[in-house]
Design a protein around this ligand. Structure first.
Ligand SMILES: O=C(O)CCC(=O)C(=O)O
Length: 233
């Protein structure tokens, strides 16, 4: 049975994102939580770029069937990991991310790729869920300004003149995955709860992507699919 349905693909075209019906299994969520504990024990704010380079388990995770099918249907028969990261918003401290398009973090040719955002915890408005603007992937690439960290925001890029009247929160159960286009405008709120809010975020592009600016990410060295077959699978 399809994990990514034709309805999902239609939503991706029209709205720029969709939530996958199948969830990451509780076995995987438990394994990820254990691995996360190992690395974050000394650093409760642990925010990790390229976790696949740290641990075989994370490297295996980014080849989950759900991501592979998303690559086949939205990227093409030859796909690489673009980047991946674990974003933790610690209890009462997790800050906001500005409105941005992922494609603005490291310019590439072509610009389009997909981001798979996995809720490792229950994610709500109160603990800092994502907010997205449906259809904003059709607005093309927008100018962004790079801003420093403040009391309430993490350092990051902010898109100019965002018309946010149609913004919607993406509240999710643990294990749910939202997949979005790299031009979709999104942000996330602060964590006002007493529990961490963790997400695992992995992005994929077709192979032969050209990096126009340094992304600081090593995902391109990590092939996922060649001729529709999982590399090393
Ligand atoms: O996990 C989050 O809160 C948001 C992260 C985000 O917006 C991103 O990685 O592009």
């Amino acid at each position: 049975m399809d994990i990514i349905t034709s309805r999902n693909l239609n939503d991706f075209d029209e709205r720029g994102f969709f939530i996958v019906e199948q969830k990451i299994s509780s076995e995987w969520l438990n394994k990820l939580a254990e691995e996360y504990e190992k690395y974050s024990a000394d650093n409760p704010k642990w925010f990790q770029r390229n976790p696949h380079l740290k641990s075989d388990l994370f490297a295996e995770f980014v080849k989950q069937p759900l991501f592979v099918e998303a690559c086949k249907k939205l990227v093409g028969p030859n796909a690489d990991l673009h980047w991946n990261l674990i974003a933790n918003k610690p209890p009462f401290q997790g800050k906001e991310f500005h409105w941005h398009q992922d494609a603005q973090y490291g310019l590439t040719e072509p610009e389009h790729y997909i981001t798979c955002w996995v809720a490792l915890d229950v994610v709500t408005i109160r603990n800092g869920c994502l907010w997205v603007i449906p259809g904003s992937h059709k607005w093309g690439r927008l100018d962004h300004v790079l801003l420093r960290e403040t009391e309430t925001f993490y350092a990051g890029r902010l898109a100019h003149d965002v018309d946010k009247k149609n913004q919607v929160p993406i509240e999710m159960h643990a294990g749910e995955v939202v997949i979005f286009h790299s031009h979709v405008l999104h942000r996330s709120g602060s964590n006002l709860s007493d529990k961490p809010r963790r997400s695992y975020i992995c992005a994929y592009h077709h192979c032969n992507l050209i990096y126009l600016t340094d992304t600081g990410m090593k995902g391109a060295e990590f092939p996922i699919l060649r001729k529709n077959k999982v590399v090393g699978g």
